[in-house]
Structures are given as C-alpha cells and as structure tokens.
Write a protein that binds this ligand. Structure first.
Ligand code: ATP
Length: 211
C-alpha cells in the first residue's frame, strides 16, 4: 500500500514550513523537497563531486560541504550554467523524493514542495494544499528571515507562479496573513480539521489502490 500524497505548496516565505510543523505535531510523515535537495548534494555524494568537477574547488567549504552561496553566484551569472545544474540535480532529487514517498507507511504523507505547480508535480498528488499570503506580507517575512537583498526576494517571487494561478490548483487553502501570535490557535484548528479530512479521504484512496 502506498500512502495518499497531500502536496503542500506556496510561494517563498508563505509559511509552508510553519504549517508543515503543525501537521508534524499530529505525527503526519513529511517529505520536504528542500531537505531532499540538500541530501543529494551532501558531503561526499556523487553529485557534489560532479559539481566540483564542473565549477571547481571553490564550490566546497573547508569542511568539504557544498558552498551554496558560491554555487548560487555561479548559476546566477549564467543561464547556461543554471540549466546544466538543474539537468544534473533535478532527476536525482525527483527519484529520491519518489523513493521516499513510496516507502511511507501511513494513511497519508505531506509532501512539501515550493515549486509543486511550476514543476508540474500536482498530478502526483491526490490533494493539493496551498498556503496563501498577500505578496507584501510574503515579501516582508521572506526578507526578515533570509537576510537577503530585497532584489533577490523580488526576483524569486517573480520567478514563481502568482497567487491566483496557485489557487487554481488548490483543493484546500490555508490563509497565513495574520501574525502567528494572534493566529496560531486558529491555524492549529484548521490543520487539525484538514488532518481529519485527509484521514477520511485516505481510506477511499487505499480502497482504490487495492483494486
Ligand atoms: P520558504 O519556501 O521560503 O522556505 P516557507 O513557505 O516554508 O518558506 P516559513 O519558513 O514557514 O515559510 O515562513 C517564512 C518566515 O515567516 C519564517 O521566518 C516564519 O517564522 C515566518 N512566519 C510564517 N508564518 C508567519 C505568521 N503567520 N506570522 C508571522 N511570521 C510568520
């Protein structure tokens, strides 16, 4: 039996990790695309070796880990290098994610993917949950968290689908505009209600799978 897949998505800084943690509190298994993307280039991995062979030793920290800012800088400067890197990483990340998804033994799994829609991954989900937030709030939160240039955050936001497009794919929506200190209880309640709904839906899903 494979677990029902609930895809959780939303733009940069929308609150995906915050919401995923609330599902985690209910013992829902979580597979996070960002974590998988880090695992595949871990110290000593074949992919990290290929990155260093292509871009040079400057891609490594003194500890032998991937020097992310250095790599980001290289691909930021060149569309061609970015395409090369994506072609190298994406198939392995995809395979690793599907491998992990298939291994889950639970009624459902929360699959956290920032670019679920952009990378056309919604067909793999039985349910799509979108965290929606107003662009100004999203920008402010992402800026505060990442310590990045405002230009960088704006570029990332522009490279992602807009809220209206994302919402067209949504089966369920969590609106995350209010500050957490005012809204944590309401969000927790909403997550608990969705959890119940997903548990019920997963029964139909597992019956369909058996056929
Ligand atoms: P990314 O995809 O960019 O990693 P994300 O969608 O996972 O982001 P979070 O990391 O959950 O988003 O949230 C972004 C930042 O905003 C974090 O610093 C988080 O603590 C904060 N944040 C999230 N939701 C709220 C909220 N309702 N009120 C205040 N701060 C919030």
């Amino acid at each position: 039996m494979t677990a029902m897949i609930v895809g959780l998505t939303g733009g940069i800084g929308s609150g995906k990790s915050t919401i995923a943690n609330l599902f985690g509190n209910l013992s829902v298994p979580i597979i996070d695309a960002d974590i998988v993307a880090r695992e595949v280039v871990a110290k000593g991995s074949p992919l990290l070796t290929k990155i260093v062979a292509h871009f040079g030793k400057a891609m490594l920290t003194p500890e032998g880990e991937l020097n992310r800012p250095a790599l980001r800088q290289r691909v930021f400067q060149s569309e061609e290098e970015k395409t090369w890197l994506n072609a190298l990483l994406h198939p392995t990340i995809r395979e690793a994610m599907f491998h992990q998804l298939r291994a889950i033994q639970a009624p459902y799994v929360l699959w956290v993917v920032p670019l679920l829609i952009e990378n056309q991954l919604t067909p793999f989900c039985q349910r799509v949950l979108v965290v929606d937030v107003e662009p100004e709030i999203q920008f402010t939160r992402a800026l505060a968290r990442d310590n990045s240039q405002s230009e960088t955050i704006k570029n990332i936001m522009n490279s992602q689908v807009d809220s209206d497009t994302r919402l067209r794919y949504a089966d369920d929506v969590i609106e995350n505009n209010k500050p957490l200190n005012e809204n944590l209880d309401a969000l927790t309640q909403q997550v608990t209600a969705l959890h119940q709904q997903y548990l019920t839906l997963s029964q139909y899903y597992s019956k369909k799978e058996e056929k």
